[in-house]
Design a protein around this ligand. Structure first.
Ligand SMILES: [Zn+2]
Ligand SMILES: [Zn+2]
Length: 261
């Protein structure tokens, strides 16, 4: 399994992309930045997008991905005609009502035709696995102010977990501790320690809270841990705070990372 970081920040600034991870070229986890990080040709390979939740930093590029695909299709591209968006039913409803509603953006679930649209929506359920393009993906319910799931990925007997946005949680660690061969885990670390209240209200973690969460991981010290969703403007403070926790095999992601499992 190959996981390419397209964006790993909880804010958008020059040089800092929003959360988006490309798995094996065809599966996208969250859609914060694929159209600014990938060439048109690379975007064309995306067949499945798993959306953790409907906050704008995780969905915004669904709009431009669909738009780019439609131009490609009009240009005669035959394969990979559509992209399937996988998320909780609540989130698919939100996308239809508030985003792809022909007001904020055209409804690409009906374009060019209802029978053969650019975007197809497919509901997933917590802790129910589905397999797409040879990767088995299991949504894990997370602690965030809106319905949100992280994702357990499995291919070739190796597992990887992406927490998506989350505050303190037990479910994630229960799932992580049940994996026989967990090769890595991406976890929320959004605000510096001074913003603990804000982190709690908004369903995120500070370095201190993240460190205390990691104590629930059975394989801590063996499993590589990657942090994401840092607010770019507080990156320096957070880097020092993360280093002070002195956790082995842990680092902040950067958006040029490619993880090979
Ligand atoms: Zn969020
Ligand atoms: Zn977010």
């Amino acid at each position: 399994m190959k996981i390419r970081v397209l964006g790993c920040y909880g804010g958008q600034l020059l040089g800092f992309h929003l959360s988006s991870f490309l798995v094996n070229d065809s599966i996208l986890l969250d859609a914060g930045s694929p159209t600014v990080a990938l060439t048109l040709e690379e975007q064309r390979h995306i067949r499945h997008v798993f959306i953790s939740h409907t906050h704008l930093d995780h969905i915004q590029d669904i709009a431009f991905l669909a738009d780019n695909r439609s131009l490609k299709r009009m240009g005669g591209a035959g394969e990979n005609r559509h992209i399937t968006i996988h998320s909780l039913q609540d989130n698919l409803d939100t996308l239809k009502t508030h985003f792809l509603n022909d007001i904020i953006w055209p409804d690409f679930t009906k374009i060019p035709t209802v029978k053969d649209p650019i975007l197809k929506l497919s509901a997933i359920e917590p802790l129910k696995s589905i397999t797409v393009d040879d990767v088995t993906i299991t949504p894990i319910p997370m602690n965030h102010p809106v319905p949100c799931t992280g994702f357990l990925l499995e291919q070739g007997g190796k597992q990887f977990i992406y927490s998506a946005d989350t505050g303190m949680t037990d479910t994630l660690w229960k799932v992580a501790n049940a994996q026989p061969n967990l090769r890595g885990l991406i976890i929320d670390c959004s605000f510096p320690n001074a913003y603990q209240n804000l982190a709690e209200i908004s369903g995120h973690l500070t370095p201190k809270q993240m460190a205390s969460e990691l104590k629930k991981l059975r394989t801590l010290g063996e499993t590589p841990i990657y942090l994401f969703h840092m607010k770019p403007e507080t990156l320096n403070v957070m880097t020092a705070e993360v280093e002070a926790e002195n956790i082995p095999h842990l680092r902040m992601l950067t958006q040029v990372d490619e993880l090979l499992l």
